[in-house]
Design a protein around this ligand. Structure first.
Ligand code: HEC
Length: 138
């Protein structure tokens, strides 16, 4: 009987230890910096930063991104509550410090809860980058 209890306790201990390890691994993955390969970072946006392009980007974002990133890109869309890590705040310095090529690559490839958008036409993805630039916190 006593041995049974001890064994159960040991099993629970092992299970807890494993759970802790797994969640730590999850956290480490979530916090790892997300950086594009050098060749991708250097890519230049082929679209001009004009009203037409920005409007194109805004429209694509309204359809595909606001549920997570929020209407103003602050990362506070309706689905954000359930997500960890949270959707990036497009107005933040972290996002704005990325080069156009890096944002384009992140949008294209995704990570974790952030979907890959490579099925969107390239011009839509570059237009999204132009639109995200207009949201920089002043
Ligand atoms: C299902 C929710 C969801 C949708 C929809 C979504 N995103 Fe994200 N996005 C995320 C999450 C979560 C992250 C943070 C990922 C991480 O850091 O691992 C993220 C991160 C990003 C980043 C990275 C910012 C950085 O520099 O680290 C960009 C850019 C981005 N999203 C753009 C977009 C665009 C553009 C769309 C629409 C075409 C979009 N996202 C749609 C959830 C979403």
């Amino acid at each position: 009987m006593v041995t049974g209890v001890r064994r159960a306790a040991r099993l629970v201990g092992t299970a807890l230890g494993l759970a802790a390890l797994i969640s730590m691994a999850g956290l480490a993955a979530a916090q790892a910096p997300w950086t594009a390969p050098a060749g991708e970072k250097e890519k230049k946006n082929p679209l001009p930063a004009d009203a037409k392009t920005i409007e194109q980007g805004r429209k694509v974002a309204q359809i595909n991104c606001v549920t997570c990133h929020g209407a103003k890109g602050k990362g506070d869309g309706a689905a954000a509550v359930a997500l960890n890590p949270k959707p990036a705040d497009w107005t933040s310095k972290t996002v704005q410090d990325d080069s156009d090529g890096e944002l384009f690559w992140k949008i294209t490839t995704g990570r974790g809860a952030m979907p890959a958008w490579r099925h969107l036409p390239e011009s839509d993805r570059w237009a999204l980058v132009r639109y995200i630039r207009t949201l920089a916190a002043k």
